[in-house]
Design a protein around this ligand. Sequence first.
Ligand code: UDP
Length: 328
Amino acid sequence: MGANILVAGGAGYIGSHVCKMLKKMGFNVFIYDNLSHGYKFLAKYGEFVLGDVGDRRQLELVLKNYKIDVVMHFCAFIEVGESVQNPRKYYDNNLYNTINLVDTMLDCGVNKLIFSSTAAVYGMPERVPIDEDDKKDPINPYGRTKWMIEQVLKDYSDAHGLRYVAFRYFNAAGADPEGELGEAHDPETHLIPLVLDAALGIRKSIKIFGTDYPTSDGTCIRDYIHVNDLADAHIKGVEYLLNGNPSNYFNLGNGKGFSVREIIDTVKKVTGKDFPVEEVERRPGDPALLIAKSEKAKKVLGWEPKYGIEEIITHAWNWHKKLKGVES
Ligand code: UDP
């Protein structure tokens, strides 16, 4: 019998891919989602429970009734710009509701948590690739909520018997290689799906936010990591906790950077489509370079990312056409 896993936010982009992989590995999967940003059609690998991480009574029922062993927590707002405009929304959900979730877990005797953190905890990094112990100095409320929670988790781990793994994702991208799941943000702000919209002609052009960065071609460089590689790390994180290991935190990235122009060129190559590219002002708050050092996850968890940028974009493209109801 596999362990019982509660996937809070299992109807979202990364959570849904994790559910599918958990199921394949023989775990019992329970999806807990309020569907504010997730979709029922993505919640197909696990038993679905409608609920909010801020709802203590509903959480208690689920944790106890399903005898949950490990909680995975993907319920967070992720838009940097919105977090600057409306920090209250972010502190309320990403910070307050997460503390509520962890308190409720501990009160119900559940002490194992996988937490979704982000490269945004590093802010403007002093060097790349970024090591886990490099300075944390988030530059927007979104990154601050994630870093605050990591500190709360550490304190709870030291004092209250919580055991957690925090994963700091770099740029999650790609889609289920079997074409059943993928990204469906509304509104969409991420580069790859927006470029794919331009390839489909749904968007008349793609805008490059800033061409005067101190990088090889003047555009920002990011470390894009396939969502299934992220999912694989989560499975390894669950096993790590179930095997009695101590709390830990890991970067998850490929360790390779691609510029915005390189992403656009790769989309053109993979899709065989051409589309207009506009060069516009920088988007406030974007660091020039974000590249992960993920040696720790490799060493401690035995994780090895499998997918390169062309596969990431190919899988994203296959999903994107399906999502938009367009065959080309
Ligand atoms: N970007 C861009 N045009 C867009 C969307 C994003 O040039 O329409 C750039 C953005 O400035 C950043 C990179 O693409 O340098 C990745 O942005 P995304 O929002 O996908 O992820 P982030 O790195 O902000 O988490």
